[in-house]
Design a protein around this ligand. Structure first.
Ligand code: FEO
Ligand code: CA
Ligand code: CA
Ligand code: CA
Length: 641
């Protein structure tokens, strides 16, 4: 018998009769009908939900004392909570092939790094063990490692630059699969575990979907255009209802060196330039455009990984489009077709949605194996009157024709940004993570910031991106027509404008109720309906006076019914707080702390970050390390309540 699929983190859409418009007032009214008549599956509601058609009162009241903004070198959580480090960069993942100890001086080899946690943790997802259970004491964690700071990664930083250092940097990228269990001493990484696995910038993977095999994807390594090597700059992520992980390739353009040859417009549109931000090309021909002009086309995709099968080959799913993918947030339609909401994180880029052609099969995991290869990609237009449209990115539709330069659907997908330009989508303020509310199915998405808006030669403010020089960012939300994730129309409003209430610049005041924040980035709904907001104010901006008042990067919790927002966590100096996941019982919260000690300038000098941060090992330790931490309540209760 096949086990039931976990439903605890799934948003399932449902029919609604109320009008599509989303007035600013009466938000609770919107929630009123959300629970009635909806397939809630096994959603744990902490006793607050009713399926009788009566009013849903929202999540239980926030039950913790908010903490002050802090500028110090530790992780702080509210009174009554505790936090401990689970796994940091360089810690053994528990591979059966070996568990080399982390060495603080950077002298671990590339081969050792392949058996250790990667650098700069970003997204995280919790997959209960065994598959199909709602186990809250044993799980697989899938963790993204977005990029490397080569000043910290190696002995002597980047001098001299060698093939071994390129190999180690590539080994520190990608994804870790860790098996973890709750023990009497708290959560631990299981070592050894047959599930433990690293996926890196060199791991063989398949390319599937409409663009697979296209001539633009063929290289000297792979003349078929269907076999890629590696994934990189894995930022946010997502999951499927059949228990696979989605990892999203974001700033992949940095890794390529264009050299002196002219760079085609199709690559320029994604930011590929004569000089990249890494020096991989000096020792790996894949990243030298003069030698491998098509290699960049093999990045910028969403990659599906089966964490339960350590032998599985990751698959790049081209139907979901190619851009600087931040994340992929799932919603399930009443007919079991699926939608994923996705941001393209760059100033003036777009919000996307992918809807599957076919319904998923909850009883046969294998039947969903290629579901992500067939469906429709859309880009969002946010009209000034609060309505919105999903614009199909389908060859032959909306001007995506041969006459207009689009050869076929593969071309539309490989040049997704150009296709979205053509159909007239709305240029946004850096769309980062999204989150789908577990009962209202409203979608929230962070627009982290866009200091360029309204500057000379750039688009000015519009209703959905209302501030010129938007340094503090905002959170948008929308509701699909009929509450159906497949809908092509929606209504939208702005949930909150980030800002500093005490700023002398009136244009930078936000409207957050409660504890304010800047540059919202990570976003996640827990099953109770709390919205978790994580911030990524850049290190250079943190040196400004107004940001200093708001403290180090942090995580907050919002009650989306009242808008009340409380600060729950502050991170160590120079970090970003990004990615969170919760055990199904709501009692363990896993959070990633990325790039503690990030210096404002040169990253290549190991001594500089150390001066800003030595988290988590302390002054006696040495190099700051990105890490996953676990937050629990001292009394063992549910987080946030
Ligand atoms: Fe990797 Fe847009 O953050
Ligand atoms: Ca991000
Ligand atoms: Ca960010
Ligand atoms: Ca980041």
């Amino acid at each position: 018998m096949k086990p039931a699929l976990p439903t605890d983190r799934l948003a399932v859409g449902g029919p609604a009769s109320d009008d599509d418009r989303m007035p600013d007032a009466g938000r609770r009214g919107l929630l009123k009908a959300a629970v009635a008549g909806t397939a809630l599956g096994g959603l744990p509601f902490a006793g607050c939900a009713t399926t009788t058609g009566t009013r849903w009162q929202g999540p239980p009241a926030l039950g913790f004392r908010s903490i002050a903004p802090m500028v110090d070198d530790t992780v702080r959580v509210p009174p009554g909570y505790q936090v401990r480090v689970l796994s940091a960069w360089g810690d053994p993942i528990g591979s059966p092939l070996g568990a080399p100890a982390f060495r603080q001086d950077g002298s671990n080899t590339a081969a050792e790094q392949l058996l250790q946690s990667g650098m700069h943790h970003d997204a995280i997802e919790y997959f209960p063990l065994p598959f199909g259970s709602s186990q809250s004491s044993r799980a697989l964690l899938a963790i993204n490692h977005e990029y490397t700071d080569d000043g910290l990664l190696h002995v002597g930083g980047m001098e001299p630059w060698t093939a071994e250092k390129v190999a180690k940097s590539q080994a520190a990228h990608g994804v870790s699969i860790l098996e973890v269990e709750a023990t009497g001493k708290g959560w631990q990484v299981v070592n050894p575990s047959r599930h433990a696995r690293r996926i890196t910038a060199r791991t063989p993977m398949a390319i599937s979907g409409p663009a697979a095999g296209n001539p633009a994807l063929r290289t000297s390594y792979d003349s078929s255009g269907t076999l890629a090597r590696g994934t990189m700059n894995n930022c946010a992520g997502g999951h499927t209802p059949w228990g696979t992980y989605l990892t999203c390739e974001e700033n992949w353009h940095f890794y390529f060196n264009g050299g002196s040859a002219p760079i085609p417009e199709a690559l320029r549109r994604y930011g590929v330039r004569a000089k990249g931000a890494t020096r991989w090309h000096e020792h790996d021909a894949r990243f030298d455009l003069a030698l491998e002009p098509n290699e960049p086309n093999r990045f910028g995709w969403v990659v599906e990984i089966d964490p339960y099968d350590p032998e599985s080959v990751p698959v790049k799913r081209t139907a979901l489009g190619r851009f600087k993918h931040e994340g992929a947030m799932l919603a399930i339609a009443p007919d079991r077709r699926l939608a994923w909401y996705m941001g393209d994180d760059e100033a003036f880029e777009y919000v996307y949605k992918f809807v599957t052609r076919d319904p998923y099969n909850p009883r046969d995991r294998a039947a969903n194996r290629n579901l992500l290869d067939h469906g429709t990609l859309y880009a969002a237009r946010f009209n000034d009157d609060g309505s919105g449209e999903w614009l199909e990115l389908v060859h032959g539709r909306n001007g995506l024709t041969r006459e207009n330069g689009f050869a076929d659907q593969a071309d539309v997908l490989i040049r997704t940004r150009a296709a979205a330009d053509r159909v007239g989508a709305t240029r946004m303020d850096r769309p980062e993570w999204g989150a789908v509310h577990p009962t209202t199915f409203e979608v929230y998405m962070t627009m982290t910031n866009n200091a360029l808006r309204g500057t000379p030669g750039r688009p000015g403010p519009d209703a959905a991106n209302p501030r010129a020089r938007n340094v503090f960012g905002h959170i948008l939300r929308w509701r699909e027509a009929g509450r159906d994730p497949k809908a092509t129309r929606f209504s939208w409003d702005i949930f909150a404008l980030g800002g500093d209430p005490s700023s002398a610049d009136a244009g930078q005041h936000g409207n957050v109720k409660g504890d304010s924040y800047g540059s919202p980035d990570g976003l996640w709904f827990d099953p109770s309906g709390y919205l978790w907001i994580q911030t990524d104010v850049s290190t250079s901006a943190l040196n400004r006076g107004d940001y200093q008042r708001m403290g180090n990067n942090q995580m907050l919790v919002a009650d989306v019914v009242t808008g009340e927002t409380r600060r729950f966590m502050t991170g160590p100096n120079g970090c970003e707080v990004t990615g969170c996941a919760m055990s199904p019982d709501g009692r363990s919260l896993f959070v990633n702390i990325q790039h503690p000690g990030e210096p404002a300038g040169d990253r290549s000098n190991p001594a500089r970050p150390k001066a800003i941060s030595s988290w988590p090992d302390g002054a006696a330790g040495g190099r700051p390390r990105s890490a996953t931490v676990v937050v629990t309540r001292i009394d063992g209760g549910r987080i946030g309540t």
